[in-house]
Design a protein around this ligand. Structure first.
Ligand SMILES: *Cc1c(COP(=O)(O)O)cnc(C)c1O
Length: 388
């Protein structure tokens, strides 16, 4: 088995979603009525005004060649205007913005651009798996920063040991957070920027959920004075505009780090299809428009239905302030794998076990709000019948 596989692949943790997916497919193939709170992919189509712009752009031959470089100037300008409007942060479209083939691509390639073999990469635990995978592919050494409920799911930077700090080159942060749904206050970003300056490391703050919020608007690390010297921030159109399959995102911030990332990308990919970039410009210009807010209120209603349903089933759960995830404590002190497999076996409900996001995710499960209210109520009823 795996005759042609390089050794570096065996160091990777198993790709969680693939395993859950396989189990789920088997259950579906057996004809069971599965309610899937698993993979975080919007169930609604891409917003219509974006599809319309794409339809027009795809017919223009000027958009058909390779889209080399940092992204079209109009795209980078639209990203800069979004930052100015949304966060009151000024960015230079020529040096401080880089188009990505989806933000996951940039997050995964960043360590290859900025981390030398043997250097430490600080990753949140629980966390999105690409941070660790990207670090390992670059020969970096991931160090898990525990996120815990009692500290608001923020890493306690003071707890990072001295020798780890010394070898650290890069720190990933992700707020609003997947999987815990926590938001970071600006004071935490200030602390992180000061830490990065002191220890000469780069921060990569991943913000694909910045527009999916239900109360206070999440902030950007770029709002911290001096952030551009030590930080880059990643954005995605995937979640905000239901564009996961389109593959478009962007990174902003430190010009030197972005130039390094662009160097890696220029050797590996050939840019984002220009028609997609034109559609993304239209999207970004309406990021605060009624279409996005309507989408968010759909998630808001689902969030309230799911939180009420789980509480009715005896679970302990806090309503998430942002993202489309509910991060729920396992009932009866059970471990997350047991809860996820029993939910699938006994209720035909797919949940993601928290332990799959890292050891500190143990004791929790993640549910994505990508299921209709009606099905949410059905799922809660089924879960309530399980004797945990
Ligand atoms: C969905 C997600 C992304 C990836 O978004 P793409 O732009 O589609 O690659 C990045 N980070 C986190 C935490 C996510 O949940």
């Amino acid at each position: 088995m795996a005759t042609w596989w390089a050794d570096r692949l065996s160091n990777l943790p198993p790709y969680l979603f693939a395993e859950i997916d396989r189990k789920k497919r088997a259950a579906r193939a057996a004809g069971r009525d599965i309610i899937d709170f698993g993979v975080g992919d919007p169930d609604q189509p891409t917003l219509t005004f974006i599809v319309d712009r794409m339809a027009e752009a795809i017919r223009d031959p000027a958009n058909h060649p390779y889209a080399l470089g940092a992204g079209m100037l109009t795209f980078r300008q639209a990203a800069a205007e979004f930052y100015a409007r949304r966060f009151s942060v000024a960015l230079d479209p020529d040096r401080e913005i880089l188009a990505l083939v989806g933000s996951k691509e940039g997050l995964g390639h960043l360590p290859t651009a900025v981390v030398n073999p043997g250097e430490t990469v600080l990753v949140p635990d629980p966390g999105y798996p690409v941070y660790t995978a990207g670090a390992l592919f670059a020969g970096g050494v991931p160090y898990a920063m525990p996120l815990r409920e009692q500290t608001g799911w923020l890493p306690v930077l003071a707890d990072i040991p001295r020798d780890v700090r010394r070898g650290a080159r890069l720190m990933y942060l992700n707020y609003p957070n997947n999987p815990t749904a926590a938001c970071a206050p600006l004071s935490f970003f200030e602390e992180a920027v000061a830490f990065a300056r002191e220890h000469h490391l780069l921060i990569a703050q991943d913000a694909p959920y910045s527009e999916l919020y239900y109360g206070d608007r999440p902030c950007s690390i770029m709002q911290v004075a001096g952030a551009k010297e030590v930080a880059v921030e990643f954005h995605s159109l995937s979640k905000t505009f239901n564009m996961t399959g389109w593959r478009v995102g962007f990174a902003v911030g430190n010009a030197d780090a972005l130039a390094a990332l662009a160097r890696v990308k220029n050797n590996l990919d050939s840019g984002v299809f220009q028609a997609v970039q034109h559609a993304a410009v239209t999207a970004l210009r309406r990021a605060d428009g009624p279409e996005v807010r309507e989408q968010v209120s759909l998630y808001h209603r689902r969030r309230d239905a799911l939180v009420a349903g789980l509480r009715g089933a005896g679970w302990s759960v806090t309503p998430p302030p942002a993202t489309f995830f509910v991060w729920a404590k396992c009932p009866n002190g059970l471990d997350s794998m047991t809860v996820a497999s029993r939910a699938l076996d006994e209720a035909d409900v797919v949940l993601i076990p928290g332990a799959g996001f890292g050891a500190c995710g143990e004791g929790y499960v993640r549910l994505a709000l990508t299921v209709s209210e009606e099905r949410i109520r059905e799922a809660a009823g089924r879960l309530a019948r399980i004797r945990w």
